[in-house]
Write a protein that binds this ligand. Structure first.
Ligand SMILES: C[S@@+](CC[C@H](N)C(=O)[O-])C[C@H]1O[C@@H](n2cnc3c(N)ncnc32)[C@H](O)[C@@H]1O
Length: 248
């Protein structure tokens, strides 16, 4: 998942990219941010894209840093948030080893740690830890592999949206798919995105120097997974994981 991919999505971002802020109907992530809010503290939005979370951060913190790998996204984020004067912007690749990183009290990273490349992910998390002061907080949201599996098991069992889920007929493609799945990499719109198990997330975050406080589900409507979900399909709902962790 290279920079070019994110630059290309910028112009049709609203149509293509899942909006966590809109779909977190209970406002769980917003509440987590507000819990740590202070007009004496600084915050950073890692992978800010078009800047949907910036108004919340701007109103709740003294200074806000917005970073993204995509110059196009940064341009749109700036335009969308012109009226907030305490935000500064930087184009930066969190998977690169030579970054001059800012340091803040709170970081949010909402569905940005998605790269299927394990080395890029390790560097991304290492850089994320460097952006946060000791005892500072990271609010991280990532796709859930458990939720992805549940959707696929239900899809097979009850033949939901059959034409949208064709079988993989080609042997080589099936083998690639299998190897990717063993690493938690699954396709969204034909592009590999890392998905995480809850227990995996605990280990990965602890290794990166964080104390794990909470890992919670951010629940969505079944229409986010299927075009025609069965009427009886209510609970459990599909979900992302939100981890709230403290820098040691
Ligand atoms: C799915 S979007 C999520 C955007 C935003 N956090 C939100 O919730 O609306 C993922 C964002 O992460 C950014 N991103 C992906 N890899 C990155 C990296 N290595 N460094 C910085 N930003 C990255 C992408 O450019 C994209 O804007």
């Amino acid at each position: 998942m290279k920079r070019s991919y994110w630059e290309k999505t910028a112009s049709h971002y609203e149509d293509e990219i899942f909006d966590v802020l809109q779909n977190d109907k209970k406002g769980i992530i917003r509440s987590a941010i507000q819990k740590y809010a202070s007009n004496k503290k600084t915050a950073i939005d890692i992978g800010c894209a078009v800047g949907k979370w910036l108004p919340i951060l701007s109103k709740n913190f003294k200074k806000v840093m917005a970073i993204d790998i995509s110059a196009e996204n940064i341009k749109i984020a700036k335009k969308n948030n012109k009226k907030y004067k305490n935000i500064s912007y930087q184009r930066l690749d969190m998977s690169s080893a030579d970054n001059e990183l800012p340091r803040c009290d709170l970081a949010i990273c909402i569905n940005a740690l998605l790269t299927p490349d394990v080395k890029d992910r390790i560097q991304f998390l290492e850089n994320t830890a460097s952006c946060i002061r000791k005892k500072g907080v990271l609010i991280l949201t990532v796709p859930s592999l458990e939720s992805w599996l549940l959707s696929h098991i239900l899809q097979q069992r009850f033949a939901i949206d059959k034409t949208s889920f064709p079988d993989t007929k080609n042997k080589t493609a099936a083998m690639t798919q299998w190897k990717n799945m063993l690493q938690g990499n699954v396709a969204i719109d034909e592009v590999q995105h890392k998905h995480y198990l809850k227990e995996e997330l605990k280990i990965v975050l602890a290794k990166a120097g964080f104390k794990v406080n909470t890992i919670k589900k951010i629940k969505y409507d079944w229409h986010t997974e299927f075009i025609n979900p069965p009427k009886w399909l209510k609970n459990p709902q599909p979900w992302d994981w939100m981890a709230v962790v403290m820098k040691k």
